[in-house]
Design a protein around this ligand. Structure first.
Ligand SMILES: [Fe+2]
Length: 404
């Protein structure tokens, strides 16, 4: 075997390994990739990783054969390594270029939306109801703009319904999965146009969901919902607390589960909950649910979330938060677990999830197949919940008395 074949094989295999390692490091530095790997895409990431390792392994096998100079097998291994390494370089550069180009493409302009800046308090219009007045907010989740399977008319009806809500809402929260695939611009454009046209005077705060993050969708998210000049008490655009009259609203970064709940967010949450005055109601918002009815997603349970219940719920229980509202599951549900109430409202247009095969033992009320939103009317004494369908009809009410 010629030494040139050896050198070319080794150099190209090394470049391939570096290219794939750099791609993987970039992918896993992005919001949501760790969860994506845990929830169904593990084979894709293993295949990409193998493209980086295989050429080096073939090189080593070729170079370690006895009487290497004369070995046809060694030459075959090194030529194979060169061929696969060339493919690996093309694939890793191509994937990076494809994702980067899509995720960083920008619309010529973004329509003017009234947004809640997490760094500023939500203005409370209703001064009745005791200390701090009454906070009126609406919440829904999982509209999945740009998904063929989502219900566009129901989504628009919800925006119009929130705009016409009585009493008027101080803010509208969309708890993630704004779009089907975050790197595609089209969904974000459609969402912004619909909000600007149908909900012109209610400030909106959209959270990042697992679909929004796919892949590098955080760039579009920031342009549309956390633009330059916005701030937060945590320094993160994904988790923060907002002052809201009689309540403190705490937004958590939980995309697929607790995979995005790192030590910094945990320490910030403990600090923040400890500092909330006792006369404030604590409303926690997240994309991923905690307690919930659901079904099996392949081999993994898509109900009573093993990650968020184990990693985050004990903190919420210890600090006696009043209510946790989430999406991720495309249901409406109200639950009570270890002294904390949970509401699921993943019904802003995404295709309804299957009929649950697992009914959560903590469930108090459940509805599937509806589209709609949740109104919260919060005073220092407690929180009234009204689950509404997309026509504005109230389908269920609850009241959560102050817990702290
Ligand atoms: Fe969703």
């Amino acid at each position: 075997m010629k030494s040139r074949t050896k050198i070319v094989g080794i150099v190209i295999s090394a470049i391939a390994a570096i290219s794939v390692a750099a791609l993987m490091a970039w992918l896993f530095s992005l919001e949501g990739t760790k969860g994506l790997a845990q929830w169904g895409w593990s084979k894709v990431f293993i295949a990409i990783g193998a493209l980086g390792i295989l050429p080096l392994a073939l090189c080593l096998a070729g170079l370690s054969r006895p009487r290497m100079e004369a070995s046809k097998a060694s030459a075959l291994l090194l030529v194979s390594a060169t061929a696969i390494a060339s493919l690996s370089i093309i694939v890793s550069l191509g994937l990076f270029g494809f994702i980067w180009t899509k995720a960083h493409s920008a619309a010529p302009s973004i329509p003017a939306m009234g947004l809640v800046d997490p760094g500023k308090a939500i203005a409370i219009a209703d001064s009745s109801g005791g200390a701090g007045g009454t906070l009126h907010i609406a919440l829904s989740s999982d509209p999945h703009w740009s998904a063929d399977t989502s219900n566009g008319p129901a989504r628009l009806a919800i925006l119009k319904g929130v705009a016409a809500d009585k009493p008027a809402r101080d803010a509208f929260f969309i708890l993630g999965d704004n779009v089907q695939t975050g790197m595609n611009l089209a969904g974000w454009e459609a969402e912004a146009n619909d909000i600007a046209s149908n909900l012109p005077s209610t400030p909106v705060r959209a959270l990042l969901g697992n679909h929004d993050a796919i892949i590098d969708g955080q760039v579009h998210y920031a342009r549309y919902f956390f633009p330059k000049g916005f701030t937060s008490d945590s320094g993160s655009p994904y988790w923060y607390s907002i002052d809201a009259g009689p309540a403190r609203i705490i937004v958590l970064d939980l995309l697929w589960g607790a995979d995005s709940f790192g030590s910094a967010q945990r320490a910030w949450l403990e600090r923040t909950l400890s500092a909330v005055p006792a006369d404030r109601r604590v409303i926690v918002l997240s994309h991923c649910f905690f307690a919930s009815s659901g079904y099996m997603d392949g081999t993994q349970p898509w109900f009573d979330h093993y990650g968020t219940l184990a990693e985050v719920a004990p903190i919420l229980e210890r600090h006696r938060v009043d209510l946790v509202v989430s999406g991720h599951n495309h249901y409406m549900e109200f639950l009570d677990r270890n002294g904390v109430n949970y509401a699921t409202i993943g019904t802003m247009g995404g295709i309804p999830d299957p009929v649950p095969t697992h009914v959560s033992p903590f469930s108090k009320w459940f509805a599937r197949g509806l589209y709609g939103w949740l109104d919260l009317d919060v005073t220092a004494k407690g929180t009234a919940l009204s689950f509404k369908d997309h026509t504005g009809k109230t389908v269920h009410t609850e009241y959560v008395a102050a817990k702290r």
